[in-house]
Design a protein around this ligand. Sequence first.
Ligand code: HOC
Length: 381
Amino acid sequence: MTVITCIEDLRRLAQRRVPRMFYDYADSGSWTESTYRANEDDFRRQKLRQRVAVNMDGRSTATTMIGQPVAMPVAIAPTGLTGMQHADGEILAARAAEKFGVPFTLSTMSICSIEDVAAATTKPFWFQLYVMRDRAFVERLIDRAKAAGCSALVLTLDLQILGQRHKDLKNGLSAPPKLTLPNLLDMMTKPRWCLGMLGTSRRGFGNIIGHVDGVDDMSSLGQWTAQQFDPRLSWADVEWIKKRWGGPLILKGVMEPEDARLAAGSGADALVVSNHGGRQLDGAPSAIEALPAIAEAVGRDIEVWMDGGIRSGQDVLKARALGARGTMIGRAFLYGLGAMGEAGVTKALEILHKELDLTMAFCGHTAIDTVDARILAHPVR
Ligand code: HOC
């Protein structure tokens, strides 16, 4: 019996329990995966300054993200096909986040639908939007998110075309997934996962299937999605979406100060410095490397968050020190989900929280809101 003490333990367990094609989908980057690796590696390069004889009693990691109280500056990022890591994955992750006191973001490309997650939770969650060519569908999605009581919209700006992901191509990860003999044999070695899938009816893209004329199964879904991500997305669309949504708006996928200034000028509430977990433009800098210049460029005009490479509470603290008011985690919660369902997501959040709290104390702080760049020995740019 493995004792789970860190995110890496959850990763290893998930790798054993989730069929390879779905595990690889979550845990890979595009092309050479250099950006995917840099996201994690560049966190390691930042060294922390230890303080002593400082009162460390009565600590709190609680803060706010776009004015919403959070138990720590961490939100669950929107991740595609989350319900393939574990049956009903989006519902389980949303429940774990709700109990822990951090926001959960549901992806447009989720397996469970907006309505499924709303019915299974008691607090508002966030919804992530992709801009599709079918703008009437985008409007319906926004309206459904509003009707479900979602409290923020996360608009992804960096996936209007898809980065080339070798593992997915080799594994036959498509809609529908290619059930080749190697894939079927691999699935048979993951009985826990198979039983979960047999026990749920939620195996398709619930936000799309049944909500677009002619898209009623995985095969029609595959054809529809292949042409739907709209490469013409512009700042005018951001304005249109902001107006249609009318609530808190978060822009995800910003990597350049120039785009960050445009994001701030758009009136959005937060931007997320993100290279999509190294899944889009391989060769881009890590998110933690891109963060300081962006934070400097926009000042207090918009909240700056980051995602990419966070595998410990120390990373959350370092991101905070380099200018991120909040962070989003993708793989760190997906490993927990694949390993142990809802309990695994809770475990991932507990691990991050404990590491964040202890590291904050070692660096001489009792409140997350007082942390700044002075906790870093030699901030590496
Ligand atoms: C065919 C669906 O964020 C990812 C996701 C979404 C991609 C949707 C593709 O894989 O990076």
